[in-house]
Ligand binder design. Structure first.
Ligand SMILES: *Cc1c(COP(=O)(O)O)cnc(C)c1O
Length: 215
C-alpha cells in the first residue's frame, strides 16, 4: 500500500480506532515499509513467524497475536507480546497467567467470542463467556498477571452485509454488558471493517487491504 492510501485509511479510522496491520506470511521488508509510514501495531497468526519477525524488526513495534494460540507455545511469546486477541479457553488463560508471572509481566488479552456461522471458528458463546468472566472475578488474586481488556470476534465469511452487521452488533452488545466503560472491541478485517466500525469496533485487523492478497 502506498503512503497516500495508508494515510487515507488511517484518516477514515480516526483517532479512536486502532489499526492492527496483519502481516502474516509477509516479509520483514513489507513490514518495514509500513513501519516507515508510521504503523506500529502489527498482528501475526503463527508463533514461529512472530518470533522470527520480532527478532529482526524494531523494538517499538507492538506485536498482536491474533491466531489460535496453543498453550504449549505461550512461553515463546510471553516476554514481548503486546496483546493476545484469541483467548478461547480457561486453560489458555491460566497458561498465559502462569507464564506471564514467570516473565514478571502483566499481559493484556481479549476473549474470543464465536459470532460467525462457521463451526470451525474458535471462541466462546455468550453463556461460556459469562462463566469465564465470573470465574475470573471471583478470585482476582488468582489472575494477577493477565488483564482481560475486551473481546474479539470474526464475522461469517459471507457477502451478506446484514448477517455480518447483526453478528458485529451482537458482539458489541456483549462488550457493553461486560466492559461498559473502556473495553477493547477487536472486530473487522479487510472485507468487513467498514461494517465493524459502524457497529462500534475499536480495533480492526487488516491484512490484504494493506499488503495485497496473500499467496
Ligand atoms: C488473517 C486475519 C486477518 C486479516 O485478514 P484480511 O482479510 O487479510 O484483512 C484478521 N484477523 C484474523 C484473526 C486473521 O487470521
Amino acid at each position: 500500500m502506498n503512503g497516500e492510501a495508508y494515510s487515507e485509511l488511517k484518516k477514515k479510522l480516526g483517532e479512536k480506532i486502532t489499526l492492527v496491520a496483519v502481516s502474516k506470511t509477509k516479509t520483514v521488508e513489507d513490514i518495514l515499509a509500513l513501519y516507515e509510514l508510521g504503523q506500529r501495531d502489527f498482528g501475526e497468526n503463527y508463533v514461529q513467524e512472530l518470533i522470527d519477525k520480532h527478532a529482526q524488526l524494531p523494538e517499538d513495534i507492538r506485536w498482536h497475536f491474533i491466531g489460535h494460540l496453543q498453550s504449549n507455545k505461550v512461553k515463546h511469546i510471553i516476554s514481548f507480546v503486546y496483546l493476545i486477541h484469541g483467548v478461547d479457553s480457561l486453560k489458555l488463560l491460566q497458561d498465559i497467567n502462569r507464564r506471564a508471572e514467570q516473565a514478571g509481566r502483566v499481559v493484556d488479552v481479549l476473549l474470543q467470542v464465536h459470532i460467525g456461522r462457521e463451526e470451525t471458528k474458535f471462541g466462546f458463546d455468550a453463556g461460556e463467556l459469562r462463566k469465564m468472566l465470573f470465574m475470573v472475578k471471583q478470585s482476582p488474586g488468582g489472575w494477577a498477571n493477565v488483564r482481560i481488556r475486551g473481546l474479539m470476534g470474526m464475522a461469517s465469511n459471507t457477502e451478506d452485509p446484514e448477517i455480518v452487521t447483526s453478528e458485529f452488533r451482537g458482539l458489541k452488545a456483549l462488550l457493553d454488558q461486560w466492559f461498559p466503560s473502556d473495553g477493547i472491541l477487536s472486530m473487522g478485517m479487510s472485507g468487513d471493517y467498514q461494517l465493524a466500525v459502524k457497529e462500534g469496533s475499536t480495533m480492526v485487523r487488516i491484512g490484504s487491504l494493506l499488503f495485497g492478497k496473500r499467496g
